[in-house]
Design a protein. Structure first.
Length: 123
């Protein structure tokens, strides 16, 4: 295994999946819900966006892409750490999924999973 400081987001996502496979389905369902809320009401997002460094339109595109990837690969994302990490934590999509991790850490019941997310992704 690489030293922690050499792990990229894909490595971290694989490790999270490997350590907590039982939590992945709930996380994916949460990500789907978050993406769906954005894609079904994009005007609401645009109206409340404010001065964030990323455009509202860009965020909506990331939500759509994340939603598409989860729906297309749902079972494989649960079963395979490599698919989970490659599909959801590579490239710009990782910005959306990391925000989902941050939001999910606020409602998740598993304190160890929360600690792992915070440690791995610096939430």
């Amino acid at each position: 295994m690489k030293p922690f400081y050499d792990l990229d987001t894909i490595d971290k996502a694989q490790l999270l999946h490997e350590l907590f496979p039982e939590e992945i389905k709930g996380l994916l369902e949460f990500m789907l819900q978050a993406a769906n809320e954005i894609t079904t009401a994009p005007e609401k997002i645009k109206d409340n966006w404010g001065g964030k460094p990323f455009s509202a339109d860009g965020w909506i595109i990331l939500a759509k892409e994340t939603e598409h990837r989860i729906l297309k690969n749902f079972d494989a994302l649960i079963k395979t750490k490599r698919r989970f990490s490659d599909q959801l934590f590579d490239g710009y999509t990782a910005m959306f999924t990391q925000q989902c991790l941050q939001d999910y850490s606020q409602i998740c019941k598993n304190s160890q999973f929360i600690q792992a997310m915070k440690l791995l992704f610096d939430l």
